[in-house]
Design a protein around this ligand. Structure first.
Ligand code: NDP
Ligand code: 3PG
Length: 496
């Protein structure tokens, strides 16, 4: 159970401790931050509100620990990561319980997130020993004017201290997707978990603590992003920021210093449906893509662009599937559960009311109780409605009818986001042409957008991000290239 048994060390009274220098600590601030259960709307947990001085100490410890970690053999780093992955999976039930209470993730999905995270950590360890075990050997005579007098040996070396800031919707998986590549590459890691999701993240960090990583190598500082976020992201001790979240990432990228940034931000993933699409397959993917975890996925289908000739048929099929979605509590593993905060629910309601005023067709009656919003499909959405462009991050899905493929592509590309998109058609040639034309980091053909499997490259264009995630890309991103050049007194050519 959360904060019980093996996890007792991480709680003091009713406030969870933060993790620094290999120890679980109370903040000198004497203040705590409440975590509101989205279902009950009551305080579920409390975490420490860390101070700037505590952040300074964490950064110093991270810098010192990184120096000796970088000297730890790669296979030993991998061994510890495998150990952490196994411990994480062993404690899946306790961590999943926190995800259910903090972010109202449906019970089964919560377990899946933890297991997926353990697999991600193990895969990263394996990938790391392969790609970091190789470097490059170059010779000078391939460049005009040079004899073979220089040998260049280049390899990947760590960046130093990596700051990881994940969002609320995958507080464990999107944390380990930063932690594991940072560590295997020889970096130290400071985690600032999302407030909603912080307790799940602290339990996950405890699994790394149990695995026996050196003191100071991994830290977890808690507190509101709005209060300690700027201090962390502008801290001179940080050598890389890996951030996943909303527009906050755009502000961070303007304030951060000259350090590598990995930004995975919002999306407005479009689903383009052609006349020849398999409408049953399409409807199933729209419902799964649009409504799983109540639409609170960056990769959720966020607008359907369907050819007018098949729109009625598709909308009927989607409506029938939406009617079967269960609505209620995450403990009961319902499909649709309360959205993360009251302000999020209010924002979603604002988009729905705007669409109502402007004449969208409501396929279901709009219904809300507290943070729980019943799934809603809005048909005949037009470009003058906010929902055509904005990301609801909730169980509300707009359908726009189009008269040509070009119209669909135009709408998709007019968005300031460019995360993923998908296209449904039986014509692979058309699908490829549309994929090439869509200004998004990934296009799925005949399936809903998805980040996983976690070793696939995952990236956003425009306001959806900088750089690319996915296990291999993240390891590479958290390293820099170091070269050593051997200069020979005279040219040396290898003989056959
Ligand atoms: N492209 C991708 O891979 C993904 C993108 N997202 C996007 O994330 C958004 C939803 O997640 P949400 O958690 O609400 O996003 P936010 O941007 O609100 O928060 C993300 C993280 O940033 C922290 N934070 C807040 N303010 C600052 C600051 N000034 N400096 C540093 N950190 C800060 C938050 O902490 P705190 O909670 O304490 O405020 C949280 O840990 C959506 O837009 C979604 O599309 C989500 C998942 C994946
Ligand atoms: O936040 C998100 O939406 C996740 O990155 C999505 O991951 P998934 O598409 O694999 O569920």
């Amino acid at each position: 159970m959360a904060g019980k048994g093996v996890f007792e060390e991480i709680i003091d009274g009713d406030v969870y401790k933060y993790y620094a220098d290999g120890e679980w600590k109370k903040s000198a601030s004497g203040k705590s931050v409440p975590i509101i259960n989205p279902t009950t709307r009551k305080t579920q947990y409390k975490v420490q509100a860390c101070t700037q001085e505590e952040v300074n100490k964490v950064m110093e410890a991270a810098k010192a620990a990184q120096k000796s970690w970088a000297r730890t053999p790669l296979w030993k780093r991998a061994e510890l990561l495998h150990k952490a992955a196994a411990i994480l999976k062993d404690h899946r039930a306790s961590i999943a319980e926190c995800l259910v209470k903090e972010i109202a993730k449906p019970a089964k999905d919560a377990v899946t997130e933890v297991v997926r995270s353990g697999d991600l950590v193990s895969y990263t360890a394996e990938e790391g020993v392969r790609i970091l075990g190789e470097g490059k050997f170059l010779v000078s005579d391939s460049f005009p004017g040079n004899e073979r007098t220089k040998y260049c040996l280049s390899s990947k070396i760590p960046l130093g201290v990596v700051l990881a800031i994940p969002p609320f919707n995958y507080p464990v998986n999107l944390a380990v997707s930063k932690i594991a590549p940072a560590l295997i590459a020889g970096n130290s890691l400071v985690l600032k978990p999302p407030t909603q999701g912080a307790v799940s993240a602290l339990h996950m960090i405890y699994c790394f603590h149990l695995a026996g990583f050196p003191k100071g190598l991994i830290s977890c500082v808690t507190g509101k992003g709005s209060e300690i976020g700027d201090f962390l992201t502008m801290h001179p001790g940080v050598n890389c920021i890996s951030f996943t979240g909303g527009d906050t990432g755009i502000a961070i990228s303007k304030k951060a210093g000259m350090i590598p940034l990995q930004m995975e931000l919002g999306g407005k993933d479009a689903c383009i449906v052609l006349e020849d699409a398999d409408l049953d397959l399409t409807a199933a993917n729209i419902v799964k893509g649009g409504f799983s975890y109540s639409g609170q996925r960056c990769t959720a289908v966020k607008v359907v662009l369907v050819m007018e000739s098949v729109a009625d048929a598709l909308v009927d099929k989607v409506k029938a599937k939406v009617a079967k979605l269960t609505v209620g509590s995450p403990e009961e593993d319902c499909d649709i559960t309360p959205v993360v905060t009251e302000s999020s629910a209010n924002f979603i309601e604002g988009l729905v009311m705007d669409a109502k005023e402007k004449g969208a067709t409501f396929c279901q009656e709009y219904r809300r109780e507290g943070n729980l919003i019943w799934p809603l499909l809005l048909d005949h959405v037009r470009p003058d409605m906010r929902i055509a462009w904005e990301e609801p991050f909730g169980p509300v899905l707009p359908v726009m009818r189009i008269n040509s493929v070009e119209e669909g592509i135009h709408h998709c590309n007019a968005s300031n986001f460019g995360l993923q998109g998908c296209v449904f058609t039986r014509d692979i040639n058309k699908a490829l042409m549309i994929s090439d034309a869509m200004e998004t980091g990934t296009v799925q053909i005949n399936s809903a957008p998805a980040r996983g499997p976690d070793h696939f490259p995952f990236q956003g264009l425009k306001d959806s991000g900088i750089g690319s995630q996915g296990i291999t890309n993240s390891i590479n991103m958290m390293t820099k290239i170091k070269s050593t050049v051997i200069n020979l007194p005279s040219p040396s050519y290898t003989m056959g």
